[in-house]
Write a protein that binds this ligand. Structure first.
Ligand code: SF4
Length: 459
């Protein structure tokens, strides 16, 4: 029983406070995870009394982290982590620009240690640890000794030190009550939900991990950060960084909607909210991983639209997040939420299912209708590849979130129009996603080696 992915006997529950971690853009696996890994490495050096003796740092990025890391801000994140910053607290402005300086031949200072372009190596074709996202951090000490640690960035900002369980943060394991309700499948969750809601089950698990006060405070902080991100995005314009010269569209679209003076169309509004979040993410701003940064716009957009339309209160917002967490936990435990592991079906598809489930719950849906909504959302993302142009989380990612937010609303509506009975159950849809991801060529899994990434010519 270790790490924040709580494991009690047969079940696995990933806390909402980990599944929705407050971090920075543009990528949970390529920015947030590597920053956590580098900060953890630094902490270990400090704990061992070795940090002051370091004369040289090094970092090797393998697989997808090397293939699309520059576009995803991985070098900047690693350097920030080595400097002791953490994604949940760092000012995004502090992180950006390190790679640009290194690439221009400048040297950086990491706590008195000189760091140059040569200290960072990229091995895009290699997967020495059998995972698409691995990085190895290295410290040479004044004594001549070398300390090395390898980490896997497994999606959603979660990291795993080679040979150890997954953690969301370097803070280590959190206490858990052994009889907390846990589940590994939708079938088990439905059993636990007899006579109560899915949100009630998830709440009980959250309380066992964090206690009621911290769990409530954490959920409210997640919503506050999601809302702030949308509102920043609705008032920011300009061109996104990275060289594709993608213009930000959310603010102009929002203004056009306001000028029209009609009552806001829900489908248009939810799409614009998703654009706002993903533009903030692409700009490297403060976002909530939901359950990844590439897919960070879907769920907040649906939740924000629902709050705007119905004005529902904090208690319902918490129920939305808890229900989404229960579904996200099952997907994470049985398939993947990482584009590098299983393509975009695992990122945007999972986000869509979580949003559809949360929305169905707060609209009064039964557990069976919630399952139906999540299953519809997953089913219609099966096979979706990850092929970001220039390795940037912009094309197709930003619009894809807008489309998926609308799909989540449609999935919820379809489920609520039925009685909860459906032919394909969620567990089957998730297993199909896992199998499809395993069969998918690595060229379509966040390597920018196929698809739109090779067919769109960068000007
Ligand atoms: S294509 Fe999908 S999985 Fe890939 S980076 Fe974009 S949002 Fe993430």
């Amino acid at each position: 029983m270790t790490g924040t992915a709580v494991q009690v006997e047969r079940g696995v529950y990933t806390s909402a406070l980990d599944l929705f971690s407050i971090g920075i853009g543009p990528s949970s696996s390529h920015t947030v995870g590597p920053m956590r890994a580098a900060a953890d490495f630094r902490d270990r050096l400090a704990d061992g009394g070795m940090l002051a003796a370091v004369v040289r740092f090094g970092c090797r990025l393998d697989g997808s982290l090397a293939a699309t890391g520059v576009g995803h801000g991985t070098p900047d994140a690693v350097i920030a982590g080595l400097r002791g910053h953490r994604p949940e607290t760092v000012d995004p402005a502090v992180v950006h620009g390190a790679w640009a300086l290194l690439d221009a031949g400048r040297a950086l200072d990491i706590g008195g240690v000189r760091f140059t372009r040569d200290d960072l190596t990229f091995a895009p074709r290699e997967r020495p640890h059998g995972h698409p996202n691995s990085l190895t951090l290295r410290a040479e000490l004044a004594s001549g000794d070398v300390v090395e640690e390898t980490y896997l960035s497994v999606g959603g900002g979660f990291i795993r030190r080679l040979g150890e369980p997954v953690v969301a943060d370097a803070a280590g394991p959190r206490p858990v009550t052994p009889n907390a309700p846990t589940f590994r499948s939708m079938r088990e969750l439905l059993d636990l939900s007899r006579g109560r809601s899915i949100a009630d089950v998830a709440w009980e698990a959250e309380v066992s991990v964090h206690g009621a006060v911290a769990a409530r405070r954490g959920l409210d902080a997640i919503w506050t950060a999601m809302r702030a991100c949308i509102e920043r995005g609705l008032h920011s314009d300009g061109v996104l960084p990275g060289g594709l010269r993608v213009p930000r569209r959310a603010a102009a679209a929002w203004n056009r909607l306001a000028e029209r003076g009609e009552s806001t169309d829900a489908a248009e509004a939810v799409s614009i909210y998703a654009l706002a979040v993903n533009e903030e993410n692409a700009a490297g701003g403060r976002v909530v991983t939901a359950p990844t940064n590439g897919a960070a716009g879907v769920l907040p957009a649906v939740l924000y639209q629902s709050v705007a339309a119905t004005g529902f209160d904090l208690e319902l917002i918490r129920r939305f997040l808890l229900t989404s967490t229960a579904i996200g936990s099952i997907i994470k435990a049985n398939a993947s939420i990482s584009g590098a592991e299983a393509g975009c079906q695992a990122e945007v598809g999972s986000a869509c299912a979580m949003a559809a489930a949360g929305l169905t719950a707060v609209r009064g849906g039964t557990p069976a209708q919630i399952e139906n909504a999540a299953e519809i959302a997953i089913e219609h993302h099966l096979g979706l590849t990850c092929d970001p142009v220039s390795g940037l989380v912009q094309i197709p990612c930003i619009e894809r979130n807008a489309v998926a937010a609308s799909t989540a609303m449609t999935a919820s509506r379809l489920a609520l129009l039925g009685d909860g009975s459906h032919i394909v159950d969620l567990d089957t849809a998730i297993e199909t996603m896992r199998q499809t991801g395993a069969d998918m060529s690595s060229r379509y899994k966040e390597t920018s080696a196929a698809g739109l990434a090779v067919n769109v010519v960068e000007c």
